[in-house]
Design a protein around this ligand. Structure first.
Ligand SMILES: Nc1ncnc2c1ncn2[C@@H]1O[C@H](COP(=O)(O)OP(=O)(O)OP(=O)(O)O)[C@@H](O)[C@H]1O
Ligand SMILES: [Mg+2]
Length: 246
C-alpha cells in the first residue's frame, strides 16, 4: 500500500516559487490500478518523482507499506527503490544501447546477477511486452509504442511490486493505446503488480483504472472509485475534464 500524506512540493524561492503539489493526500491499495488525471502542469509528474524518490518533498510524507520513505537509508532505501518500477514520460531510454541492453540495465546495477541469468530475464521480459524480435535493435529504430514497451520491460526487470507510469499512452494512436492498456492490465492481473498511471486522458482511466484522483493546480480535486467520480463528479476540475472530452 502506498500512502501519500499532505505531500507538498515547492520549486524555487520567494516570488519565483512554484507550488507544484499542495498538501496532496491519497492512498493506493496493493493490487489496484490507480489513475491520476489532470491537465498539463497540474503536478502529476512531480508527484511521480516524489513517489519514486527522485525528488524530495518540501513537506508531507510517503509511506510504503506503512514505512516513511524519507526515513529510509542504506539497504531499506535500496529495497524501496527496487519495489517501484518507473516508466517516465518520454521513455528515457539509453539511445546508444540496444533494446536488450536497456532492459538489462537495472539488473547490471544490482549485485548477484550472472550473465546467463540477465540474458534469460531480458528474454522473458521482451516476450512479455511482445518485443522478442527487437532485442538487438536500437531505440531510434523503434516506433513510439515499441519504445514505451521497452521502457515497461526495463521498469519490470527487478520484479517491482508497483509500476509507476507517467503518460504511458499520450504519444500513441488509439489502436496502439488499446494494446498498451491491455499489456498494463495483464501485468496487473498476471504478475500482481500494483499500477499507478498518470494521464490526461479520461479514456485511459475509464478503460483500466478502478480508482482515480483528479489533480488540479497541485491539489487533489477529488478521488474515489472511477465510476463514482466520472458519473457524479463533485469538483469543477473533474467537470471541466469531462466536458472537454464530450
Ligand atoms: N524542476 C522544476 N523546477 C521548477 N518548476 C518545476 C519543476 N518541475 C516542475 N515544475 C513546475 O511544477 C508544475 C507541475 O509540473 P509537472 O511536470 O508536475 O506537471 P504535469 O502535470 O506532469 O504536466 P504535463 O501533463 O504537461 O506533463 C509546473 O508549473 C512546472 O512548471
Ligand atoms: Mg508530466
Amino acid at each position: 500500500m502506498i500512502e501519500i500524506q499532505e505531500l507538498t512540493k515547492v520549486f524555487g524561492q520567494g516570488e519565483a516559487s512554484v507550488t507544484a503539489l499542495d498538501h496532496v493526500s491519497l492512498t493506493v491499495q496493493t493490487g489496484d490500478i490507480y489513475g491520476i488525471i489532470g491537465m498539463s502542469g497540474a503536478g502529476k509528474s512531480t508527484l511521480l518523482r516524489c513517489l519514486s524518490l527522485l525528488e524530495t518533498p518540501t513537506s508531507g510524507r510517503v509511506l510504503l507499506d506503512g514505512r516513511d520513505i524519507a526515513a529510509m537509508s542504506g539497504a531499506a532505501l535500496r529495497g524501496a527503490r527496487r519495489k517501484m518500477g518507473v516508466v517516465f514520460q518520454g521513455y528515457n531510454l539509453l539511445m546508444q544501447k540496444t533494446v536488450a541492453q536497456n532492459v538489462a540495465f537495472p539488473l547490471k546495477l544490482e549485485k548477484g546477477w550472472q550473465k546467463d541469468a540477465v540474458e534469460a530475464r531480458v528474454r522473458e521480459l521482451l516476450e512479455l511486452v511482445g518485443l522478442a524480435d527487437k532485442a538487438a535493435a536500437y531505440p531510434a529504430q523503434l516506433s513510439g509504442g515499441q519504445k514505451q514497451r521497452v521502457a515497461i520491460a526495463r521498469a519490470l526487470a527487478t520484479s517491482p511490486e508497483t509500476l509507476l507510469c507517467d503518460e504511458p499512452t499520450s504519444a500513441l494512436d488509439p489502436l496502439t493505446t488499446q494494446s498498451m492498456l491491455k499489456l498494463l492490465r495483464d501485468i496487473n492481473r498476471k504478475l500482481g503488480v500494483t499500477i499507478l498511471i498518470i494521464t490526461h486522458e479520461l479514456t485511459v482511466v475509464s478503460a483500466i483504472c478502478s480508482h482515480v484522483a483528479v489533480i488540479g493546480e497541485g491539489r487533489v480535486a477529488e478521488q474515489g472509485a472511477v465510476e463514482t467520480v466520472f458519473t457524479a463528479p463533485q469538483s469543477p476540475v473533474t467537470r471541466q475534464l469531462l466536458n472537454r472530452e464530450v
